[in-house]
Design a protein around this ligand. Sequence first.
Ligand SMILES: [Zn+2]
Length: 474
Amino acid sequence: MSYIQFLGAAGVVTGSKHLINTGDESGKSGIQVLVDCGLFQGQKEWRERNWADLPVPAREIDALIITHAHLDHSGWIPRLVKQGFAGPIYATPATIDLCSILLPDSGHLQEEDAAFANKQKYSKHTPALPLYTMQEAQQCLTLFRPVPFGQVKRLNDQLSFRFVRAAHILGSAFAEVTLTNNGTTAHLLFTGDIGRVRDDCPGEVVHCGPTEGEACDVLVMESTYGNRVHPRDDPKPELAGLIRATVQRGGSVVVPAFAVERTAKFLFMLKELMESGEIPRVPVHADSPMGIKAVQIFLKHEEEFNDETKALIAKYGSPLEWPSFHFDTTQDDSKKINELKYPSIIVSSSGMVTGGRVLHHLVHRLPDPRNLVLFIGFQAPGTRGFTIKSGAPEVKMLGQIVPIRAQVAALEQFSDHADTPELLQWLHTFKRAPKQTFLVHGEPDAASQLRDDMVNDLHWNVQVAAYKQKVQVL
Ligand SMILES: [Zn+2]
């Protein structure tokens, strides 16, 4: 019997981990492959799962297939390696480039958080330990093996797979997995995260439109926005208005943003608004230790861009050379931003305010009503970003209670995830109905709403996946 077991992102948007076990005739375990190996983020109940072992010993997992570089899909890799996993990690070349900066940075942030917790003595655990260190994350990079889009990779007689475009972020892929046993075959499709379907999605840089015309027996699909419709209007006028108003009242703008790709996309938008005179030329700080590397990776993978992004790059070149755009790589650079008395725009990670330098900027600027905190990405429930965005009067950060007096705004147009109408539109391109569909990577409301919509619209057999649920697929 071959089965899939959901070891994360079941009933929640983070911690994606789906185990495939091919079994064999003697009843012994066959090849075991984990599709995605993400960190749980957000609510404590989930974050604590990062410390639990998998039901399968790490050394018995033969390989990893990673759909894309976001930490909720890749950030648990160093932990798995620390526990004894030593197999190959398959990903697209751009995903490997992104992981090579994201994973060590994640290790660094965890070391920083643990050190800070020990210094402030606010952790319940003494001493607070990092889940993994920067060095441990660095070491696991040697296990990565590039698999270009469209190339079939055979792991053994029973399992092969290929990546096709998911159009979510740079390098993002669906994994089409083929299982064969005793002459029978099953096609599984793991979507990872699904990008915007339509061509009119503002802020989208990668190829618009995930791969269409899929045909599979088992579909494991994300449902982040299973109960949402994104606004379709151009975010630039609203963005310009918010920045102008903030600068006029002498405030600064803090934008929590995912350091890779999202920050670069946002910088291009700011540059365009400055060049056209729609916003004043105030200093822009991309405050991220990996800011420069992230921009370089972004520019290196031009083959992934849509025409609008190619045109922007041709027009403005590298953000690293723009006057008054600063890439702050050291902690001293970062601290100097806190001393700035004149208005500026600070783009800093992490995007959901779960860690990183954006914490210091927010501690400093949230109490002042002249400032603006602008969200341009998804905020998972339980994260500080979610708390701030939902209008809370205060938030706990770095061991202190910080009053929220700054203006808080969010632009939803930047989403890299398809919304419900886009997901249904994409599903309609399938050549046949999957025998079984499992929804993962969604809050319970979003996943169950999407299940109902799919059943009504497509009449498919759809379930919301449960944590540790095992599903026979062959
Ligand atoms: Zn993602």
